[in-house]
Design a protein around this ligand. Structure first.
Ligand code: FAD
Length: 547
């Protein structure tokens, strides 16, 4: 089967136009991508439509943790903690290069959120709910042991700490690998395809929809038996296509993250800590950077125009300085930022951070199914639940379907037995990168692409560039264009590679090469090239200027 190559877009669109689907999924974030994979692998003829790029909404703006959510235990959301806690190990197994185990250090301070006894008990329950294996269970630490693990921690009010098991990932890559795996299981998928309206039969039941090919401006009708609305923060907008929304509404809350060079906050390990106002923040080292987040504030502005405020940036800088005072971070250290909206569901009388992260399914009279709430971590279970609803209806109509298969479908690039196989693969990749003096990029390459790194390394052998870093980037680009539906400079630099956030120092050097190569691959004229550069400059401003 061919890869997901955006240069075949016209063929893909003709195929979609002539098809009748069992299910169309609106929204190509992690929720929609997971649903498309679950549905296609059960045998449903499925189409996934995304109005911008895959993962361009919240699913590239999270803290990038596959976690049980210790915080939710405090709110007594036992069911949620158990489900997402168990899911961590499942998702890790599906892509061990991309969802990696990560120890989290929780320093205990005099006036901290969690006291010693509560932490010890809470983490024990957390491990129990998530069936964490013996050797990975939480350990309580003395002050000395805590500082040995993370010497940057402030010693004064430190009373000790605890270390417990979590997982980390890259949200945008997890989404694209789900999209690709859905495609390889038979789903049709299209980015830059905005659903504009639903079409109904004489009884007012949804029987199709109209979407716009955003690149050409043309409008296309498709027929389908069922539609699932997985539009994240835009869920209510899509629900309103039906007319007035009845029942619960969305309550989006905004969260930002800041990125500083690792040399300015050289953490040895991830830390989950109290900040002075009583909230808890994460500081997570990732290659040459460390990122810190997040905020959680109610948001009722324009969903398509999110901006980072200097007040929020200062809050995170001050929060980090309160626990790592010797770092003396300032706003000038912030290299990049991102901002996203949690698609949460309103609950009367609850503030942004108190609102439940549980997902819910809404069924409209027209038959439209919508899903909101939830977390990156629980995407597979969310998908299973909502597709089971559709599958039940299809089965009642007399068709045989498979049960959900996704717990055992490895994501593209993730066909490793376990993490030790990832480590030995990393060694082989490092040896190959050595000859280009690029072995420091090994973790980046393997975490992003897994076994697909072989294709990138192979492409490097035949490319002529003298500059090895450029050679590697252009080989990655070629792979992403041919397999990952990359259409714009930003699809590549922001979501497929994370360079806009974690390798900002390389953007100036690599972007002109990427632009020239994409112009060659797609036949862009000067005007399109200028537009692409304009969008990149705007994205850099968005990530680095605060209002
Ligand atoms: P989205 O990713 O927003 O996807 C919806 C998609 O629908 C968008 O791409 C949008 O463009 C598309 N769309 C909208 N309208 C249309 C239309 N008309 N036609 C076609 N497409 C349309 N969870 C965790 O598990 N771990 C974490 O560490 C974590 N940290 C977080 C930190 C922050 C700051 C935030 C904001 C969230 C965090 N979350 C975390 C939650 C998690 O990121 C979200 O629950 C998840 O990404 C939501 O995915 P989604 O697919 O539902 O929404």
């Amino acid at each position: 089967m061919n890869g997901l190559d955006a240069r075949n877009r016209n063929e893909i669109i003709s195929k979609i136009t002539g098809s009748h689907y069992d299910l169309i999924v609106v929204g190509g974030g992690i929720t929609g991508a997971g649903i498309a994979l679950d549905a296609a692998s059960r045998g449903l003829k499925t189409l996934l439509l995304e109005k911008k790029d895959f993962a361009s909404g919240t699913s590239s703006k999270s803290t990038k943790l596959i976690h049980g959510g210790l915080r939710y235990l405090k709110q007594l959301e036992i069911g949620l903690v158990r489900e997402v806690g168990l899911e961590r190990a499942v998702v890790h197994k599906l892509a061990p290069h991309l969802v990696k185990s990560e120890k989290m250090l929780l320093p205990l301070t005099k006036d901290g959120t969690y006291g010693k006894i509560l932490t010890s008990l809470g983490l024990r329950v957390y491990d129990f709910l998530a069936d964490v294996e013996e050797e990975d269970r939480r350990k309580m630490l003395s002050k000395k042991e805590t500082i040995a693990l993370e010497p940057l921690l402030k010693g004064d009010d430190l009373e000790g700490g605890s270390i417990y098991a979590e997982y980390r990932t890259d949200d945008a890559r997890l989404t694209i690998e789900n999209v690709k795996t859905a495609y390889h299981n038979g789903a049709d998928v299209l980015n830059y395809a905005e659903v504009l309206k639903l079409n109904y039969d004489a009884n007012g039941v949804v029987e199709g929809l109209t979407f716009e090919d955003v690149l050409e401006g043309s409008s296309i009708q498709v027929s389908t038996r069922y539609v699932i609305n997985a539009a994240g923060p835009w869920v209510d907008k899509v629900r309103s296509f039906d007319g007035k929304i009845s029942g619960k509404k969305l309550y989006p809350t905004m969260g930002i993250h800041i990125v500083v060079p690792h040399s300015r906050l050289p953490l040895k390990q991830s830390v989950y800590f109290d900040e002075p106002e009583g909230r808890m923040l994460f500081a997570i080292p990732r290659d040459r950077a460390t990122y810190i987040g997040t905020t959680d504030t109610a948001y009722d502005g324009n969903l398509d125009e999110l901006r980072v405020s200097s007040k929020d940036v200062e809050y995170l800088v001050n929060g980090a300085n309160s626990i790592f005072p010797n770092a003396n971070l300032t706003i000038a250290d912030v290299e990049s930022t991102w901002v996203g909206l949690r698609p949460l569901i309103e609950e009367e009388g609850k503030s942004a951070s108190e609102v439940s992260r549980k997902d819910e399914i809404f069924e409209s009279e027209s038959g439209l199914l919508s899903i909101a709430g939830g977390k990156l971590t629980g995407y597979r279970k969310m998908a299973e639940r909502i597709v089971s609803k559709v599958a039940k209806k299809v089965q009642e109509e007399g068709r045989e379907l498979r049960y959900s298969q996704t717990a055992s479908i490895a994501l593209t690039g993730g066909v490793f037995k376990d993490k030790s196989e990832v480590l030995s693969y990393e060694k082989k990749v490092a040896q190959k990168l050595e000859k280009y003096e690029l072995s420091s990029w090994t973790t980046y390459l393997v975490s992003n692409y897994g076994k697909q790194s072989d294709e990138i390394l192979k492409a490097m052998e035949s490319r002529k560039e003298d500059d090895y870093e450029v050679k590697m980037v252009l080989s990655e680009l070629f792979f992403c264009v041919a397999n990952e539906c990359v259409i714009s400079l930003l699809d590549f630099l922001e979501r497929r590679t994370g360079r806009l956030y974690f390798y900002m120092d390389t953007i100036e050097k690599v972007s002109p090469h990427v632009l020239t190569e994409m112009a060659k691959l797609f036949g862009w004229d000067d005007q399109r090239k200028q537009q692409e550069m304009g969008s990149l400059e705007q994205a850099i401003r968005r990530a680095t200027d605060f209002i």
